[in-house]
Design a protein around this ligand. Sequence first.
Ligand code: SAH
Ligand code: SF4
Length: 354
Amino acid sequence: MEKQDLRSLHLDEMTALLKELGQPAFRAKQLFSWIHEKQVREISQMHNLGKNLLEQLEQHCTITSMRLERKQVSSDGTEKFLFQLDDGNYIECVLMRYRGDMSKQRNTLCISSQVGCAMGCTFCATGQGGFVRNLTTGEILSQVYEVNHLLQEEGDSLPVGNVVFMGMGEPLHNLNNVRKTISLLNDPQGQQIGIRRMTVSTCGVVPKMHELADEKLDIVLAVSLHAPNDEQRSSVMPVNNSWPLAKLMEACRYYQKQTKNRITFEYALIAGFNDQPEHVQQLKHLLKNLDCHLNIIPVNPVANTAQFSRPDKKQVAAFVKALQQAGLKASVREEKGTDIDGACGQLRGKMLKK
Ligand code: SAH
Ligand code: SF4
């Protein structure tokens, strides 16, 4: 029998497991707290569970482990971690520590939901490598827990408090595990990360967006738009052939109707491709009557994508200003950590080439 990963389990699943092992129910809460609050890495560390139970857990269970293969620190302070999973695959996550006012201090972690990605966006390093497999709930969650351990070891008293699913992979293609990760991170007996402090970014998997909308999960939804018309969007994002802009916008409007939440659109600005005045007008038309914010991200250069060049600072500022004049809410999201292969998927890409 395959061992069960404790990091992938909810309280009710732990309760069922302990019942099977003939253990009293109160042990489940203790176990949950060790795993999801204290984030232990070894079964033997849970010293108040009793010798008998620890032996049973060692026999039937495991705790996801991943090895930090490499850490890179950018000149802007962004840190990028490359982890190796038990089966040898690599995943990346990116930590951004916001300082300044005490009230605004936070550690935000950008995490991966898959090894690789099947969506094939042409500007994306993860997309270039194709799809390998979905991450388990324990593997998604472990990125947060492992980074928390690293923060603690460094004496940073602030654990990860904001989580964005903008690392490798398409989260809505692994929705069950992503959903479970969100609820475990949100659990009052776990990390207690507020639902509104979690963002899920999608390239536009429309049926799953409808599913999310119906669940009324209060997360922040980010949609990778990147082009204001079907012809251009299809040329860089194959997903647009399955669900073109009309369907995507319908799903966004439905999500907003159900949740009342503002939607974030990601727009990678590519010089000479999607940064012209006509594109501002098309965006204005597309996003009419939707409560949304546009994040303009100067495209991050990725290997084999010489055709995607980054507009200079002045061009970016002019584009944002034109959007604002057209009545849209927009700001520049300076791509962090460009000097450390900021776009997720790039570090793993390099590792695989070696
Ligand atoms: N698959 C999801 C989430 C992961 S990608 C999605 O596509 O939304 C996270 C964000 O980084 C997406 O908005 C994606 O389009 C963007 N991205 C990917 N490669 C990029 C690059 N080279 N430059 C700028 N943004 C990029
Ligand atoms: Fe996948 Fe997102 Fe990259 Fe597209 S941008 S290939 S959906 S990870």
